[in-house]
Design a protein around this ligand. Structure first.
Ligand code: NAD
Length: 304
């Protein structure tokens, strides 16, 4: 087992002033990376700004001899964050899209601004930082990008329509960039963490918060960002020292034959078979959809 090091590599960690981001930033710095510690320093619901959060993490990194610089821009201004990396260190190798907050409210009571603000930060923010870093990564033939989804983004959750929709968007973005970046050794992966932090401290008790310390998530992020890691396009659940990979699954399905005009009643009559997972298969990429439907109707849909 060789040690994972990030000498001569520059990493941006967004939302690194607290919680998970802080834990990532400290570990990258301990492993030799130069770290851009980005944090807007607002409240848990995304209100206000404060440079203290980022500054305190930079100070902590410098205390043990690490190299870090603060950036206080919102992730919505990704170019400025990437520029901080370029101005201070001349390159960017790794982006950890982590910044975020919650505006939990039932869909009935949700205001447009609750929806929009969550999208602005989670989706537009991750887009903006990644888009600005992308050309550098493409040109140098190396990059590692992490997107942070959530169990709410994978499965949905009551009171989190805005957050789960935004976190789902990051699944799509991460998977597509994994495909687009692969040829240039720019790998993207998506994580759904479980961590005791400002985000969860009001809903979990002390024991759970301790057992889910952000430090338990860090090893996955470090592993995925290692230059020797070939993992690309993966989706992982992680927390409390538990690490697991998620994949989608497709039932065998029912083909009625393309020559037939199938009615809703016929579909209803075979519902149990359509939803039967006994002969299911992993559904790993968009091509598998065409192969599956093609197999069922006797056509090669990928031929052209
Ligand atoms: P946290 O509140 O401790 O940390 C988030 C940080 O992001 C804060 O320091 C905050 O100031 C910063 N931030 C917020 N908006 C910003 C912006 N516009 N620009 C720059 N920085 C901004 O929360 P956390 O639990 O460490 O969450 C980190 C990420 O993990 C988030 O994306 C969150 O949605 C995700 N997540 C967390 C959990 C969990 O169990 N804690 C579960 C699923 C997903």
């Amino acid at each position: 087992m060789s040690n994972i090091r990030f000498y001569d590599q520059v990493v941006i960690v967004t939302g690194a002033g607290g919680g998970l981001g802080r834990a990532y930033a400290l570990e990258f710095a301990k492993r030799g990376a130069k770290v851009v510690v980005n944090d807007l320093g607002g409240s848990g619901s995304g209100i206000g700004e404060n440079s203290k959060a980022a500054d305190s993490v930079v100070a902590k990194i410098k205390e043990f001899g690490g190299d870090a610089v603060a950036n206080y821009d919102s992730v919505e201004f990704g170019e400025r964050i990437v520029q901080t990396a370029i101005d201070n260190y001349g390159r960017i190798d790794i982006v950890i899209n982590n910044a975020g907050f919650l505006r939990d409210v039932s869909f009935t009571k949700m205001q447009d601004r609750d929806w929009q603000k969550i999208f602005n930060v989670h989706v537009d923010g991750a887009y903006s930082v990644t888009k600005a870093a992308w050309p550098y990564m493409q040109a140098q033939g190396f990059g590692r990008i992490i997107f942070t989804t959530s169990a709410a983004g994978i499965y949905g959750n009551f009171g989190q329509a805005n957050y789960s929709a935004a976190k789902s968007a990051l699944l799509g973005l991460g998977k597509t960039l994994a495909i687009e970046g692969a040829r240039k050794n720019v790998y993207s992966n998506v994580i759904a963490p479980i961590a005791g932090s400002r985000l969860t401290e009001t809903i979990w008790d002390e024991e759970i918060l301790k057992a889910t310390s952000p430090e338990y998530v860090v090893p996955l992020v470090i592993k995925l960002c290692d230059e020797n890691s070939v993992e690309n396009g993966g989706v992982f659940e992680v927390g409390a020292s538990w690490f697991a990979k998620i994949r989608t699954e497709r039932s065998k399905g029912v083909a009625f034959g393309v020559e037939n005009n199938v009615s809703a009643e016929q579909v209803a009559s075979r519902w149990a078979d359509i939803c039967n997972f006994e002969q299911s298969e992993p559904a790993l990429d968009i091509g598998s959809t065409f192969v599956a439907v093609g197999d069922m109707v006797g056509l090669d849909l990928l031929a052209k």
